[in-house]
Ligand binder design. Structure first.
Ligand code: GLU
Length: 287
């Protein structure tokens, strides 16, 4: 199977340095492997969405020389695919409705385990839907961070796959979409390393292939906080892409010659020097 990677931004603000690093890192891995690079707008959480940000992120990427091989997939248009996956899990009795509130779960550290609900069912309120998580250890090898182990029952418990508001949770949507887009390697920020075991569990429950995973170091600001769109992190400037692109490549320890003065020459130069095994192995570093 030929390599297929992706960049999957959430439209919660303009493209910022942290997401540029994920975009550049996933693009380099895909192009280095001679594969395809796809886009997916993760707009399944309307309350968190910032209007106009999906368009602004998608419009910024070509300015940084990052061209996708296909039109972007939008999660807001994918509910039929999520419904099918959800029904498959329900038919196999792998999910259950849950009316527990946050305070109901406070005694167990916010964790829901063993399919045991504190709150009684309430036909007047919609439930959240959780997947049953057995006492299992998920083991996988991250392309950069090495072997990872997570006791899923302890670390995640019975996690939500469909929220009370009726939206599907990120974990389910991501797994269904990675499979439907034919993604062979997921390259993303280190903050999502912790989600990977849950995603692998969902893949197993749905009979989907598990892609390879590679988690890049997270970019921190001067105070050591994660650069995230929702915290109002400084957006990168698509009108003047070279400085941010150089910084993103330097962040990923990718050598480039200093003479490239347009984004395409710079990226091609970076690609010639690129070696995925030479990416920084740390979990975070200053931007
Ligand atoms: N949508 C997520 C974000 O913008 C990325 C999810 C993923 O790459 O799996 O942080």
């Amino acid at each position: 199977m030929s390599y297929r990677g992706r960049f999957a931004p959430s439209p919660t603000g303009r493209l910022h340095f942290g997401s540029l690093v994920a975009a550049v890192g996933s693009w380099l891995c895909a192009r280095h492997a001679g594969g395809q690079w796809l886009l997916r707008v993760e707009d399944i959480d309307p309350p968190r969405e910032v209007p106009g940000s999906a368009q602004s992120i998608l419009a910024a990427l070509p300015a940084f020389g990052l061209l996708a091989d296909r039109p972007a997939m939008y999660q807001s248009e994918r509910s039929a695919a999520y419904d099918v996956a959800f029904e498959r899990l329900r038919a196999a009795d792998l999910v259950f409705p849950c009316w527990c509130s946050r305070s109901d779960l406070a005694a167990s550290g916010g964790m829901h385990r063993d399919g045991y609900c504190v709150a009684a069912s309430d036909p007047l309120r919609p439930p959240a839907w959780r997947i049953r998580v057995p006492d299992i250890e998920i083991v996988f090898t991250d392309g950069l961070q090495g072997e990872q182990r997570q006791h899923l029952r302890e670390a995640a418990g019975d996690f939500v796959i469909k929220r009370v508001e009726g939206f599907y949770a990120y974990q389910l949507a991501c797994v269904v979409d990675d499979a439907d887009q034919g993604i062979t390697e997921v390259v993303r920020g280190h903050d999502l390393l912790d989600s990977t075991a849950r995603q692998i569990w969902l893949q197993r429950c749905l009979g989907l292939t598990t892609p390879a995973y590679l988690h890049l170091p997270l970019a921190l600001d001067d105070e050591g906080r994660k650069l995230s769109k929702s915290d109002g992190a400084l957006p990168v400037d698509p009108m003047n892409p070279l400085p941010a692109l150089r910084r993103a490549l330097a962040f990923l320890d990718v050598d480039t010659s200093n003479i490239s003065h347009d984004v395409d020459t710079l990226l091609q130069d970076a690609l010639r020097h690129f070696d995925p095994s030479a990416l920084p192995h740390c979990s975070e570093r200053h931007a």
